[in-house]
Design a protein around this ligand. Structure first.
Ligand SMILES: C[S@@+](CC[C@H](N)C(=O)[O-])C[C@H]1O[C@@H](n2cnc3c(N)ncnc32)[C@H](O)[C@@H]1O
Length: 315
């Protein structure tokens, strides 16, 4: 069983599967005064790093507000709210999950689709309680959250539902927020980076949107957009941090779905940064099939070589 906790927010591109490979490259706790999770997303990294002071930063205010809710509201209250909505709208539940036993039954699927659309309509016409947005995400397509220009939630039904494990994740995450000092900050990373002007033992972790991917958070309309220009702007900032003596780690993909990110590899090589390549991983991209991705961690300090213990080889 993994020692890491999963974020209660299902989020495409979260770093859960790579956590142990990333964490073993990060500096020891004593060396880091503040850990900055520059592109925090689901909070997966912030929730699992060992540091005493963590600043989670994210541009998407929905994500930040959801994590604030999880931090501040008793998990039992959130779970009770979701269960109340399941009853009120007759949403499909664990056991009636269309991924399990009714996927082939078009009629049943359509019934639950209509129930979901009813709940979505209710949310869009209401005061927009954040607990309802959270609840909606369990039934939405790939658990994604997207809004139209009128700020109406417009994700279609996703053949999925809230399950008991989601409640457990919620409780674990809430408890982690109680145990650790994790500040939740909403804003543009580039603005945050401007405030860092000297080395005070900070460590920066960057998991910016992937230029070559089709993730929804890359859409310019929704979240500011991300492309090669933003990559280059971030490289300049990371180079500035290096000249201040501040350590950082940067996650990205050098290739995905037959596309390459040569500008990233060139930047890292030009500056003598260390490129750590992870094993090839199968990526499921919005139901469009799988693509092999060349996942890397680029760091501006020497790579740590894992020391094996006899226990690593025991079951
Ligand atoms: C690859 S995801 C991060 C995933 C995260 N590490 C996790 O484990 O869930 C990149 C995130 O950057 C956010 N983002 C995009 N542009 C941003 C900006 N200028 N400042 C801060 N966050 C930004 C996106 O909304 C998205 O959540």
């Amino acid at each position: 069983m993994s020692r890491f906790i999963k974020s209660p927010i299902h989020y495409m591109g979260n770093k859960y599967d790579l956590l142990s490979s990333i964490l073993e490259q990060l500096p020891p706790k004593e060396e880091v005064s503040v850990f900055y999770d520059l592109f925090g997303g689901s909070g997966t990294v912030s929730l699992n790093v060992p540091y005493d002071h963590i600043i989670y930063n994210e541009l998407n205010d929905n994500m930040v507000n959801l994590l604030k809710m999880i931090k501040e509201v008793e998990p039992q209250e959130i779970i009770a709210h979701i269960k109340k909505r399941i009853k009120e709208f007759n949403l499909n539940e664990e056991g009636t999950d269309t991924r399990q036993n009714i996927a082939d039954n078009e009629e049943v699927r359509e019934y639950y689709n209509q129930r979901y659309l009813e709940f979505r309509k209710f949310y869009n016409e209401s005061e927009k309680d954040i607990k309802d947005l959270y609840a909606l995400s369990f039934w939405s397509f790939c658990n994604l959250m997207r809004f139209n220009s009128n700020n109406e939630f417009n994700m279609p039904y996703g053949n999925r539902c809230y399950i008991e494990e989601d409640g457990i994740r919620l409780i674990e995450c809430h408890n982690r927020f109680l145990e650790k000092n994790i500040e939740l900050r909403q804003g543009d990373t580039f603005e945050l980076l401007k405030t860092i002007t000297k080395n005070e033992g900070q460590f920066l972790y960057s998991d910016s949107p992937y230029t070559a991917s089709t993730a929804i958070y890359n859409e310019s309309r929704a979240f500011g957009g991300w492309g090669i220009e933003e990559d280059e702007q971030l490289f300049k900032e990371l180079d500035r941090m290096t000249s201040l003596g501040i350590k950082w780690a940067y996650s990205n993909v050098l290739a995905i779905k037959g596309r390459t990110n040569d500008h990233i590899e060139n930047w890292a090589k030009r500056n003598g940064y260390t490129i750590i390549e992870f094993d090839y991983k199968e990526y499921s991209s919005l139901g469009k099939g799988n693509a092999n991705a060349r996942e890397v961690l680029i760091i501006n300090y020497p790579q740590r070589v894992k020391k094996y213990s006899i226990f690593d080889f025991l079951d």
